[in-house]
Design a protein around this ligand. Structure first.
Ligand code: ADP
Length: 267
């Protein structure tokens, strides 16, 4: 038989039942909220799985078709080459999907720890641009920019995504501007401006959602996973910064994020 705490000095194995109505109500509300959060997580997970299934099914269907047709003995050499190109392209899509999914998972699970340091942002931009294909980029850095504080590698990944999107969605090869300005209260804003396709207004609220891709005729042949910007959001928020964009469909986009200026005690 269990005794109540008042009857014995031995602590009970079970927490005492609180008769007060208020605490009971609060516990009930908390349990309800936790249940609600859990349901939302399950729903989000199911939606992501559905999107992922779609992302996998599309290239796999194309691969299946191309491989099947390649088996046709009567196929002309030219067509054979065409199907081989489809296979190469679809394999590349799947490789990119896997790469982006792994990057997201590694950041989300903390496998890639955030290690902030003080660094010169302009130097990093130039390094990233040198690694991308040669492209006309105009720099517009405010004079005397201070060093910024963040994980240099994670920020380089944001820049790679912003710049490669700016290039990818400027099919006519328009120039790109990259700049940074000091914002009030210890923050720097970094931006990448392009003059390419821009983003239709109806798509703008969803752009940072996982697997979200704009389905417009002006970019139907541009490949992607729809994961790059959601990864950028995660990486920028890891540094305590904010991410955003402004865009006019048909005229171009300006993607930006903020980073803290290096605090004086770390210099
Ligand atoms: P992906 O480019 O792999 O589709 P992202 O998450 O990087 O995925 O981008 C999501 C969508 O946002 C893209 O499908 C594209 O239509 C749009 N987008 C991103 N960057 C730009 C840009 N600089 N200009 C126009 N559209 C863009």
């Amino acid at each position: 038989m269990f005794s109540s705490p008042s009857e014995s000095s031995t602590p009970s194995l079970y927490p005492p039942i609180q008769p007060e109505g208020n605490d009971f109500d609060q516990d009930l509300v908390q349990a309800f909220q936790e249940n609600q959060t859990l349901r939302e997580h399950i729903l989000q997970h199911a939606q992501l799985m559905q999107l992922l299934t779609h992302q996998l099914a599309t290239p796999l269907t194309a691969l299946n078709g191309a491989v099947h047709l390649l088996g046709e003995p009567s196929l002309a050499q030219e067509q054979r080459q065409e199907f081989l190109e489809v296979i190469q392209q679809k394999l590349q899509s799947l490789t990119h999907l896997l790469r982006d999914l792994m990057a997201l998972r590694n950041v989300e699970t903390g496998k890639i720890a955030t290690q902030p340091t003080s660094f010169c942002f302009q130097t990093l931009v130039k390094e990233v641009i040198a690694e991308l294909a040669p492209y006309p980029v105009m720099y517009q850095f405010e004079a005397g920019l201070p060093q910024v504080w963040g994980d240099r590698w994670q920020i380089s990944q944001v820049l790679v995504n912003f710049l490669s999107n700016a290039i990818k969605y400027s099919p006519a090869g328009q120039a790109i501007d990259v700049g940074a300005v000091v914002k009030q209260s210890g923050w720097v804003e970094i931006w990448v401006q392009d003059y390419g396709l821009g983003v239709p207004e109806a798509d703008q609220p969803h752009l940072f959602n996982r697997f979200y891709r704009v389905k417009h005729g002006d970019r139907q042949n541009i490949e992607g996973t729809g994961l790059g910007l959601s990864l950028c959001k995660l990486l920028v928020e890891n540094q305590g910064g904010q991410i955003g964009f402004e865009s006019i469909h048909g005229a171009g986009s300006r993607f930006y994020f903020t980073l803290p200026i290096t605090p004086p005690f770390t210099r």
